[in-house]
Write a protein that binds this ligand. Structure first.
Ligand code: IVH
Length: 680
């Protein structure tokens, strides 16, 4: 190749690297993608081709070289020049006040202290060493003094710059932070592991640790780890800003990801406000945090405060209630749900986890029992995060008692003794008896009466159990034949409550077609599908008569749902119940076929997040769909609008970063009303 050809290639390569680094930075550090993935891939391919044709222009800090390294045979030890410390913990607002008092006394200061506040990511601490702006080494924390060299894996993390951006960085800069796996990546790694019968990780933290501990960097490259920076270590040949929060901002301009929720607060009171706000946000975050780290923001004050043993005096971690605890599994019961699914439920020695006392946890299904290898009497780890039902996540194998007993999955329905359906390739095992099974009957009546279905106030789960046990009710239709006398005769039922229930039943007769369809409890027919069916057919009889082809023409109805619908409406006992309900006076206003102008939001994509006061998110979703909008679960650049209530988290941040319009509940209500839709 001629000299001029090579220098033209050099120019092109440099320009492509710069463009790709820029896109990486926007995508992985700022969460603001600037070009479609396909365009990014095209640029990457061009660069790879050019580098292959000009091997003399290869460079270790090229964006093509993230998975360049060959597998290691062993890890090298790394000594941290400045030890990587740990943090003291606080578990209450009082302990935070003590922390503030200690600091003010030591500094002999009366003025309130400014604190930098950051979510405490639950991942693996790492150290990144840059010399003259180039990544030289990545290491684990290890015992704080000595860690392991994991540069080969660190290079695969897209949010870690191989080369610093901008200028003004010190000649030697050690950046510290947490490497973690977002929930979505963790789930997909485990899904893949299950499919390939590989190692399933207990939680995202273990998965991140397991990934960093691999000798072959190709494994890390397949598992998109994330890195968030929270401090610096060794700094030589340059100065940094004088406040911690400004240091983080500087790190961001040099190419590092910092937590978007980081903030500044004044005094212990300000820290408490921040802690409470993040506690609300915690469950909506796409990654695990186990507390908040508060740091004195002024570096001069940090230096004056210094350290005690292995932790700084100027920082503290206020922990959230643990989401995982260990306890004993006493027994397993098998519950039968509305669709006959048999779910093993672990009865536990009560344990305080995720802020409440938990005595039951789901074991999901037969495969899960096998996967966990759990036995009756075992010590198990129970997880409860947010509103998700508590789950058994692992067995503590070395604590197995000698009298532990195997868990045997039943061969017949544990409620009605009918045969169970074990379908090849399906994890869920079902009772085959349908509504002849008492458990399925009870569950389907509970569903029928529930708030989002027929909304029969006062008809709770216990009462339904009682009514079925006493043989007063066999189907939802029988509810409307109940008399005051029958109800008042029930145990723990006062006359007044009986009268109230009859009123509630009478009131529930005036419903809407979508609610009625939803209340039938047809498999896979949730509120959104019920609404689509109601607006598509406009009439119950037309829906009941629709053949598969007609059903498939409905939005969101695929062959599986169409089949469930046909099975449901083909069963004579279901038609009998529907006819009896109508004969009891259940009614709804006629649904008009949607005229083109009744779909003012057609073509728009909405997302709803946070808490709404006047309706549930599902109701908001149904209303928006009735106006023609598509309602998506996540924000992207195709989102038309985001409705954000209090507690909105990452979706709000993403919408803001993408410039998507955000409206609050009041604006949503005004909009719904202006289009003639309103909360039910
Ligand atoms: S500061 C001297 N900030 O928590 C300061 N640590 O219990 C030491 N961690 O090993 C760390 N998020 O792995 C700091 N925003 C944050 C953090 C954080 C998570 C981890 C870190 C550290 C452990 C200390």
């Amino acid at each position: 190749m001629s000299v001029s050809g090579s220098s033209a290639a050099a120019g092109e390569i440099a320009a492509l690297r710069e463009q790709l680094e820029d896109h990486n930075y926007r995508y992985y550090v700022l969460d603001e993608p600037s070009i479609p993935d396909a365009s990014y891939d095209r640029l990457m391919r061009q660069l790879r081709d050019l580098e292959a044709a000009n091997p003399e222009l290869q460079s270790a800090d090229s964006p093509t070289q993230r998975v360049g390294a060959a597998p290691l045979s062993e890890f090298q030890q790394v000594t941290h020049e400045l030890p990587m410390l740990s943090l003291d913990n606080a578990f209450s607002a009082e302990e935070m006040l003590d922390f503030e008092r200690r600091i003010m006394a030591r500094l002999k200061r009366e003025e309130p202290i400014e604190f930098a506040c950051e979510p405490k990511l639950d991942g693996i601490a790492v150290s990144l060493l840059y010399r003259d702006g180039v990544l030289e080494r990545g290491a684990t924390r290890g015992d704080g003094r000595t860690g392991e060299d994991i540069t080969h894996n660190i290079r695969t993390v897209q949010s870690i710059p191989l080369k610093l951006r901008g200028e003004g960085y010190p000649a030697v800069l050690e950046v510290r932070g947490e490497v973690y796996l977002p929930h979505a990546v963790f789930e997909s790694i485990n899904a893949k592991a299950r499919a390939e019968e590989g190692k399933v990780f207990v939680n995202p933290r273990n998965a991140a640790a397991g990934t960093l501990r691999q000798l072959d960097p190709r494994i890390a490259a397949e598992r998109p780890l994330q890195m968030c920076c929270y401090s610096v270590g060794l700094v030589e040949g340059g100065a940094l800003p004088k406040r911690h929060s400004d240091i983080l901002d500087a790190l961001q301009t040099w190419g590092f990801r910092i937590n978007a929720d980081s903030d500044i607060a004044t005094g212990a009171a300000g820290c408490d406000d921040y802690y409470q706000a993040m506690a609300h946000k915690r469950d909506g975050l796409p990654y695990d945090i186990d507390g908040i780290v508060f740091k004195v923001n002024d570096i001069a004050l940090q230096e004056a405060l210094g350290f005690v043993s292995r932790a700084p005096r100027w920082a503290i971690a206020r922990k959230f209630p643990a989401q995982e605890e260990s306890t004993r599994l006493l027994d397993v019961e098998f519950q039968v749900g509305r669709t006959g699914a048999v779910t093993p439920v672990a009865r536990l020695d009560p344990v305080f986890v995720g802020g409440v006392t938990v005595s039951n946890a789901t074991l999901h299904n037969r495969d899960e029992i096998e996967r966990l290898g759990v036995m009756r009497g075992d010590s198990v780890v129970v997880r409860r995060a947010g509103d998700v039902i508590p789950q058994v996540v692992s067995v503590i194998a070395d604590q197995r008692p000698t009298d532990a007993k195997p868990i045997v999955f039943p061969e017949c329905c544990p409620v009605c003794n009918s045969a169970l359906e074990f379908i090849e390739g399906e994890v869920v095992v079902r009772c085959s008896a349908g509504l002849a099974c008492e458990a399925q009957r009870k569950q389907s009546i509970k569903h029928f009466a529930s708030r989002r279905a027929m909304d029969i106030e006062g008809l709770g789960d216990k009462l339904v159990d009682q009514l079925v046990d006493e043989d007063l009710v066999h189907s939802a239709a029988d509810l409307y034949a109940l008399s005051q006398q029958q109800l008042a005769g029930l145990e723990r039922m006062a006359e007044k409550s009986a009268a109230n229930l009859l009123d509630a039943l009478a009131k529930s007769k005036h419903t809407s077609l979508p609610r009625f369809i939803y209340s039938l409890g047809i498999r896979e027919v949730g509120e959104a599908t019920a609404l689509n069916l109601a607006t598509h057919f406009g009439d119950l009889n037309r829906l009941m008569d629709a053949d598969e082809e007609a059903l498939l023409a409905v939005d969101d109805v695929g062959p599986v749902v169409a089949d469930y619908l046909r099975q449901f409406f083909d069963a004579p006992q279901n038609i009998e119940v529907i006819n009896a309900l109508v004969a009891h006076g259940i009614q709804w206003p006629a649904v008009e076929a949607p005229a083109a102008d009744a779909q003012p939001l057609a073509g728009e994509t909405w997302v709803v997040t946070g808490t709404l006061d006047s309706m549930s998110r599902d109701e908001a979703k149904a209303q928006l769909q009735s106006l023609g909008a598509k309602v998506a679960g996540s924000v992207s650049k195709n989102t038309t609008r985001l409705v954000a209530g209090p507690g909105a988290g990452s979706k709000l941040a993403k919408a803001e970063s993408l410039g998507v319009e955000v409206i609050d509940e009041a604006a949503l209500l005004a909009l719904l009303q202006s289009h003639g839709a309103a909360p039910a």
